[in-house]
Write a protein of this length. Sequence first.
Length: 83
Amino acid sequence: MIFPEDTSRWREDSRTVRSVRPDQKGEFSIKGLPAGKYLIAAVDYVQDGQWYDPEFLAELRSRAERLSLAEAESKRADLTVRK
């Protein structure tokens, strides 16, 4: 899961809130995020669409790591699934 630090951007169909699954190597890639400050976390299971629920994101926030992206920047993050 990746979502913006700014709670006003936690809305349905936001291009700044994403949930992705890992590939066969256990890695994941998220492309097309605009520059900004994000929170990123690995979770075991998320119900379809739950990533747009502000209450879910607020709870996840305490377990997430911060990640800042500049325009056209790529970053790598090593995450551990937390339950």
